[in-house]
Write a protein that binds this ligand. Structure first.
Ligand SMILES: [Fe+2]
Length: 248
């Protein structure tokens, strides 16, 4: 079973309570970054208010993955979260041809997405709800080279991100894992050293987006690179960006 439910324990929930039906799932895929770094990636599947499904940052989906997702419902949205996570978008489009592809505005004309796309909202627009009730989309300010839009899914209590934060804390020992820790990309929850250098060109603006995110309803974080955080997400996110200058 490749699909793993993302379940955030709710306050007040006791052992006698029935487990809630999952509304969010994750599929882990092996993936090597340039240099052989074992960052892996995850496809996240979210149930929308109309019952259909959104695929966040699809990875290399096997026929078995496609069958498992299809058994959950119709995929109506393929969500390309940023300029970096485009590798498997065209294949996902081929697997789910009825889905609408949403992608950063700066990629709207890119041939690598395999067809027309709907553009994410511009950075600075705050939280939007382009997919109906219960799912917020916020384009992070201060990072135009990444141009990432993150999602907050109220039903599951998950914030879903691609490269805003990594959470590579359970890598099997290897040279690549050591290198990832050495370059500041593994061993913690938060923005990587590379993202701080290459993507977050206006850190005060990034922090303003993080503070807007903290107003939204979540307590877990689904990441593309590493393990999901299933609880305590807001203090962890606040701490992760505490060194970024406060927005004016
Ligand atoms: Fe990434």
């Amino acid at each position: 079973m490749a699909l793993v439910p993302l379940l955030v324990p709710r306050a007040g929930g006791g052992a006698a309570d029935a487990a809630p039906a999952p509304t969010a799932w994750s599929i882990a895929h092996p993936l090597l970054a340039p240099g052989g770094l074992p960052i892996g990636t995850h496809t996240t599947v979210l149930r929308l208010a109309d019952g259909s499904l959104l695929l966040h940052s699809p990875g290399a989906l096997s026929p078995a993955d496609v069958a498992e997702i299809s058994a959950l419902g119709d995929v109506s949205v393929i969500f390309v979260p940023n300029r970096e996570h485009t590798l498997f978008a065209a294949a996902a489009r081929a697997a789910f041809p009825r889905a609408e592809v949403h992608a950063p505005a700066s990629l709207a004309a890119s041939a690598k997405l395999g067809g027309p796309v709907r553009a994410h909202a511009a950075a600075g627009s705050g939280a939007q709800r382009p997919f109906g009730e219960g799912l917020f989309a916020l384009t992070v300010e201060g990072a135009p080279r990444l141009d990432e839009t993150v999602l907050v899914h109220a039903a599951s209590g998950m914030l879903v991100t691609a490269d805003l934060v990594f959470h590579l804390v359970d890598l099997p020992p290897s040279f690549g894992a050591s290198l990832l820790r050495w370059v500041g990309s593994a061993g913690f929850f938060g923005p990587t050293g590379l993202a701080k250098l290459a993507f977050f060109s206006d850190k005060a603006a990034v922090r303003r987006s993080v503070e807007q995110l903290l107003e939204l309803p979540f307590d877990g974080v689904g990441v593309c690179h590493g393990s999901p955080l299933l609880g305590g997400a807001k203090p962890a996110l606040q701490q992760a960006f505490a060194s970024f200058p406060a927005p004016k």
